[in-house]
Design a binder for this molecule. Structure first.
Ligand SMILES: Cc1cc2nc3c(=O)[nH]c(=O)nc-3n(C[C@H](O)[C@H](O)[C@H](O)COP(=O)(O)OP(=O)(O)OC[C@H]3O[C@@H](n4cnc5c(N)ncnc54)[C@H](O)[C@@H]3O)c2cc1C
Ligand code: FES
Ligand code: FES
Length: 495
C-alpha cells in the first residue's frame, strides 16, 4: 500500500487513510454508522407514516407497497456496513504499524451490525412478504409463494406440516376421509367441517383448523368421539376413521352438542367406510344424541377438552394454552391481498365486490377465476387453473340477505346458511312457507362439509360452465321463478 501515509489526529485515537478508495477518517466512519443508523430509523418512521397515510382504496396491499421501500433501505444499510468493514480490514492489512484498539471495535461493531441487518432482511423476507395465516390450535402457520395454485389444505397438512392423520382418497369431496374442523369468527364464533381435499390452502386465511391430531391422542388422552367409535367397533382398517371423527366432532361443536339421533344419522352423507358397513359408526355417534336410549358418554370430558378459559373473547390464555385461538378482531387484513404463487399464478384475496374489478382491471380479464368454497371442482374438475385466482370468500356483501316483499339473498351465501335461512323464513312468514320444501331438498344436496363452504353462485356458475351438470340449486331457483342479479363493472344489471 505504497504512498498511503497514516496520520494520527490530535487525540491520537483516530486515523486518516489517504490514497485509498475507502479513505475514511475512522472517526468519520463511526459517525457514518451513527448517521446511517439514524437515517435508517428515520426511513423506518417514514415507512410507518406511509403505512398509516397510505390510501386503502387503490387496490394494493400496504405490505406490497412497503416491500420495495424496505428492501431498498435494507440494501443501502448493508452496503454501508460492508464499506465500514472494508475500511477496517484495509487498516488491519498493514497500513498502520500500531493499530489502535478502536479499529477492532469498529470491525466488530460493523460485523455485528451487518449480521443483524441480514437477519432482519431474512426475517422480513420470511414474514413480511404477502402471505396468509391460519391456526392449528394456538400455532400460527404462515404461507405464501411456496404453494401452488392447486395446493389443497389436505396437501398442505400432509406434505408441509407432516400431519398425516388426515387422510384422502377421492379428492373430489366424495369419501370424507379428508374432513377437518374449521372455526371462524365472522363475527360469531362457529365451527364447521370441510373437505380438506377441496379447500385451496390459500383460502384458509384466519381459519382455526383442527385436525384429528388436535382433538386427542394416546399421550393426551382420546376425545370422547374417538373413544366411543372404538368402543362401538366403529373402526377396522381405520382409514376412514379420522374423517368420521372430525365430521362428528364438527357436528357436535356446530350444534352445541344438542342433536337428536335422527339429525346425527342424517348428517353422514359426507363419509364412507368400506370395512364396517357404517352401522357401528352411526350407532357410536348416535349415542351422543340427546334422545339416545342410554346416557351419552361423559360430555363433561368434551368440555374439559375445550380448554380455552377465556372462551370467545380470550386475549391472554390460561395456563393450558392448547386451545386458545387469536380472535379475528386481532387481525386487520388489507383490503386486497396478493400472493405470487410458486407456479406463476397469482392469488388475490378481496374483501369487497369493487375489489374484484380493481384486480381484474390491473390483471386483465383474459385468464381469471373467482374462488368461493372451491368445491365446484369436486363436481366438475378444474383441469387447468387460470392465471389469476380471486378468493371472494371474505366478501360480506355477497353473504347477506334482506326481506321485504321479496327475499333477496347474496350469491355468496353457503348452502348451509341458505338452508337455515329458508327454514327460519318459512316458519316466520306465511307467504314463504314453501321455502321449507326447498330446505328439505337442499338437505339432499351434496353433504354437510360441501354445503358448509359451497355457495349458491358457485353452484350456478358450475352449471353455467358445464350445462350437463345437474344442479339442484338451478332447478330450485327455476321452479320458484327466482331472479338472478349479475354484477357488472360500474353498474348492476338485472338478467
Ligand atoms: C361431493 C359433491 C357433491 C355434490 N352434490 C351436489 C348435488 O347433489 N346437487 C347440486 O346441485 N350440487 C352438488 N354439488 C355441487 C356443489 O353444490 C357446488 O360444488 C358448490 O355449490 C359450489 O360452490 P363453491 O362456492 O364451492 O364454488 P367454487 O368451487 O368456488 O366455484 C365454482 C365456479 O363458480 C364460480 N363462482 C363462484 N362464486 C362466484 C360468484 N360469486 N360470481 C361468479 N362466479 C362465481 C367460480 O369462478 C367457479 O368457476 C356437489 C359437489 C360436491 C363436491
Ligand atoms: S379425499 Fe375424498 S372427500 Fe376428500
Ligand atoms: S374402517 Fe376401513 S374404511 Fe372405514
Amino acid at each position: 500500500m505504497e504512498g498511503k501515509q497514516p496520520v494520527a489526529d490530535s487525540s491520537d485515537q483516530f486515523l486518516v487513510v489517504t490514497n485509498c478508495c475507502f479513505c475514511f477518517d475512522l472517526r468519520t466512519g463511526s459517525l457514518i454508522i451513527v448517521y446511517f443508523t439514524l437515517i435508517t430509523s428515520v426511513l423506518n418512521i417514514l415507512g410507518f407514516l406511509c403505512d398509516v397515510i397510505m390510501p386503502d382504496d387503490d387496490g394494493m396491499a400496504k405490505e406490497d407497497k412497503l416491500d420495495i421501500f424496505n428492501l431498498t433501505v435494507t440494501i443501502v444499510v448493508i452496503i454501508i456496513c460492508i464499506m465500514n468493514i472494508a475500511t477496517c480490514v484495509i487498516c488491519l492489512l498493514g497500513i498502520y504499524q500500531d493499530i489502535p484498539e478502536y479499529v477492532y471495535i469498529y470491525l466488530i461493531y460493523s460485523l455485528v451490525y451487518l449480521v443483524v441487518i441480514i437477519l432482519l432482511l431474512l426475517a422480513s423476507v420470511i414474514t413480511g412478504r404477502a402471505s396468509i395465516g391460519f391456526y392449528f390450535w394456538d400455532i400460527i402457520s404462515i404461507l405464501g409463494p411456496e404453494v401452488d395454485s392447486d395446493t389443497s389444505l389436505n396437501d398442505y397438512l400432509r406434505n408441509h406440516l407432516n400431519l398425516r392423520g388426515t387422510k384422502y382418497m377421492c379428492k373430489e369431496g366424495g369419501c370424507g376421509a379428508c374432513v377437518v374442523a374449521v372455526t371462524v369468527n365472522d363475527p360469531h364464533r362457529r365451527t364447521f367441517s370441510v373437505n380438506s381435499c377441496l379447500v385451496s390452502i390459500t383460502s384458509c386465511q384466519d381459519w382455526e383448523i383442527t385436525t384429528i391430531e388436535g382433538i386427542g391422542n394416546r399421550a393426551r388422552g382420546y376425545h370422547p368421539v374417538q373413544r366411543t367409535l372404538a368402543e362401538y367397533n366403529g373402526t377396522q382398517c381405520g382409514y376412514c376413521s379420522p374423517g368420521f371423527v372430525m365430521s362428528m366432532y364438527s357436528l357436535l361443536e356446530a350444534n352445541h352438542y344438542d342433536l337428536t339421533q335422527y339429525e346425527i344419522e342424517n348428517s353422514f352423507g359426507s363419509n364412507t367406510c368400506r370395512c364396517t358397513g357404517s352401522r357401528p359408526i352411526l350407532d357410536a355417534f348416535k349415542s351422543f344424541a340427546k334422545d339416545a336410549p342410554k346416557p351419552p358418554p361423559k360430555i363433561e370430558d368434551i368440555e374439559d377438552l375445550k380448554i380455552c378459559p377465556g372462551k370467545g373473547d380470550c386475549k391472554g390464555c390460561g395456563k393450558d394454552k392448547n386451545w386458545c385461538m387469536v380472535s379475528q378482531s386481532d387481525v386487520d387484513p388489507p383490503r386486497i391481498k396478493k400472493i405470487n404463487l410458486k407456479d406463476g399464478h397469482v392469488w388475490y384475496r378481496v374483501n369487497e365486490v369493487a375489489d374484484i374489478f380493481t384486480v381484474l382491471d390491473a390483471e386483465g380479464y383474459e385468464s381469471y377465476m373467482l374462488v368461493n368454497g372451491n368445491t365446484g371442482r369436486g363436481a366438475v374438475p378444474v383441469l387447468v387453473h387460470p392465471r389469476v385466482l380471486i378468493d371472494i370468500q371474505p366478501i360480506k356483501e355477497l353473504k347477506g340477505y334482506y326481506l321485504d316483499q321479496n327475499l333477496v339473498v347474496g350469491a355468496g351465501i353457503t348452502l348451509t346458511d341458505l338452508m337455515e335461512l329458508f327454514k327460519d323464513v318459512s316458519k316466520t312468514h306465511e307467504e314463504f312457507q314453501y321455502l321449507y320444501k326447498l330446505y328439505e331438498h337442499l338437505d339432499l344436496v351434496a353433504h354437510i362439509p360441501v354445503r358448509n363452504i359451497g355457495t349458491v353462485a358457485g353452484n350456478l356458475m358450475t352449471k353455467y360452465r358445464l350445462h350437463a351438470f345437474s344442479s339442484d340449486i338451478f332447478l330450485l331457483l327455476e321452479t320458484i321463478g327466482a331472479v338472478l342479479v349479475i354484477g357488472e363493472y360500474s353498474n348492476i344489471k338485472i338478467k
